[in-house]
Design a protein around this ligand. Structure first.
Ligand code: AMP
Ligand code: GLY
Length: 415
């Protein structure tokens, strides 16, 4: 397992359920994966060291959680060395790593998305933005850890954002090119599919919460909570998303010689019942994976091997009808500066049916679990409906403590 967040802990937990799995390594993992796997002191971007480890230890299946190693070409490297790996190739990952590529692909193939234009020249970008009606959405082209998107409420703010990205390099090289797009109103949903490049099989939809504070206030984060399924979702909408977005995108990538294998993540806005793409990602979402994977009934190893071998058509993937809610516990100060190294207490007081997925945690030499990152834990539970799952999470989350801990109180609080 490549990665060290709560998404990766969830994947390790799910993989460990498979009778096919004998031993798991996590690189670098966290205190949660350490219970199910052997953590390795290898960073998830160090694809050379990962290759060496996988070869030396005859690893039979490698699963990639985050985007950085995919964008660095880990899948191509492993395949060239005849190793089994679950994830998208470098060329296919451009659907996430270059917003300009993703937009142009959608435009070439008629996939519904926000109207937009791409620019490498500041003067031209400014001229375009001056002709738009606010709000205007400005996106850095490259990977910016979820922070490269600015929603400008006025043309003046839009010009400032362009200037800081393109002239001030506020996102480094990621902002050399920008996409300027129309603001989509509606409900946002994260829609994941498994695909082997031909067959596309949906998972269950989820919603996440990007802002730090209750009521969707404050700065954006990596994600503060999630739930599945969204109450506004129905099978007809899922069908439309498959037919108009996910399947055409997989076919488009195959047509352009970038066959996509793995999990494709559609970040969608449902605008007047019409789904449109906000962005694609080449992996599971975090914290969405923490509420999607607990609903999976089918052996995840079987699914991954079918994806790798191009046999997904033969798989029957089953999901539980239950709802799942996940709430992220973060360090005080996150997503700004925060301190780490505080002991986490109360983990043993959590009800057995409640899942605690670790992100920024480590085990001290004395065996104590310590905070080690911005997002520390995702506490998740399933229930007959969202209300029941939510109640279980919040009843348990207050038993877990660390200095400065913050979490949102309104996750899945749907009126
Ligand atoms: P992204 O990194 O592209 O997912 O953008 C981050 C967040 O900005 C999204 O999850 C949306 O909430 C918001 N966003 C991005 N693009 C748009 C858009 N065209 N219209 C409305 N909201 C958007
Ligand atoms: N939850 C948003 C992401 O994983 O990109």
């Amino acid at each position: 397992m490549v990665g060290g967040g709560a998404r990766e802990h969830t994947l390790v937990w799910k993989l460990a359920e498979s009778p096919k799995v004998k031993e798991i390594y996590a690189a670098p993992g966290n205190a949660g994966t350490a219970r199910l796997a052997q953590n390795l002191d290898i960073k998830s971007e160090d694809i050379g060291a990962l290759l060496k480890f996988a070869r030396d230890n005859r690893v039979e299946l490698t699963v990639v959680g985050p985007e950085a190693p995919l964008a660095a070409g880990i899948v191509d490297l492993f395949l060239a060395n005849r190793l089994h790996i679950f994830g998208a190739s470098q060329a296919a990952t451009e659907i996430e790593s270059s917003k300009v590529f993703a937009k142009e692909l959608m435009q070439r193939h008629g996939i519904p998305c926000a109207a937009s234009a791409s620019f490498a020249d500041f003067a031209q970008a400014r001229e375009y933005v001056q002709r738009q009606k606010p709000p205007v959405v400005i996106k850095a082209d490259g990977l910016a850890a979820g922070k490269g998107v600015i929603i400008a409420e006025s043309i003046e703010d839009a010009e400032k954002a362009l200037s800081s990205m393109m002239e001030g390099r506020s996102f480094g090289a990621a902002g050399e090119k920008v996409v300027i797009e129309e603001y989509l109103h509606g409900r946002e949903v994260s829609f994941f599919v498994f695909t082997d490049g031909r067959t596309v099989v949906p998972t269950v939809p989820a919603c996440d919460y990007k802002r730090i504070h209750d009521g969707n206030r404050g700065p954006n984060t990596g994600g503060m909570g999630s739930f599945s399924p969204p109450p506004f979702f129905n099978p007809a909408l899922g069908h439309i998303i498959g037919q108009t977005i996910m399947e055409p995108t997989v076919l488009a990538l195959a047509d352009e010689g970038r066959s996509y294998k793995g999990v494709l993540y559609g970040g969608l806005m449902i605008t007047n019942h019409v789904p449109k793409v906000i962005e694609f990602n080449a992996r599971f979402g975090d914290p969405e994976a923490q509420v999607v994977l607990p609903r999976l009934r089918t052996d995840l190893v079987d699914i991954m091997l079918a994806v790798i071998d191009g046999r997904l058509e033969q798989m029957n993937i089953e999901w539980s009808e239950e709802a799942c809610v996940g709430v992220v516990m973060a360090s005080g100060g996150y997503p700004g500066t925060y301190r780490t190294g505080f002991p986490v207490s109360g983990l043993e007081d959590v009800d057995a049916e409640v899942m605690v997925f670790h992100a920024g945690t480590r085990v001290s030499p004395e065996g104590q679990i310590m905070t080690a990152g911005g997002r520390v834990l995702t506490v998740a539970a399933t229930g007959r409906d969202l209300a029941e799952a939510r109640e279980k999470v919040y009843r348990n989350i207050s038993r877990i403590r660390f200095e400065g801990c913050q979490y949102r109180k309104d996750i899945a609080d749907i009126k």
